[in-house]
Design a protein around this ligand. Sequence first.
Ligand code: SF4
Length: 70
Amino acid sequence: MKKKDGKCICPECPSFVECRQLAFCFKKVGKSKCIKEEKGCLCPGCPVQAKMNFKHAYYCTRGCEEDQSQ
Ligand code: SF4
């Protein structure tokens, strides 16, 4: 999955754990069931984040954009 695809880049992230989940920034996904350790974050710079005008990071461990915005 390349950045120019405009798709989620979570699988390239050092924190990512394969667990049939992606795009934790969206409310329908939210925190990962499997990712527990923050080892770096690629969210800032992800084309999905840019497209959605999201501002946060570590969605997989801290919750979706909406939750972190409260
Ligand atoms: S830290 Fe960000 S880019 Fe990395 S897996 Fe979690 S949500 Fe995806």
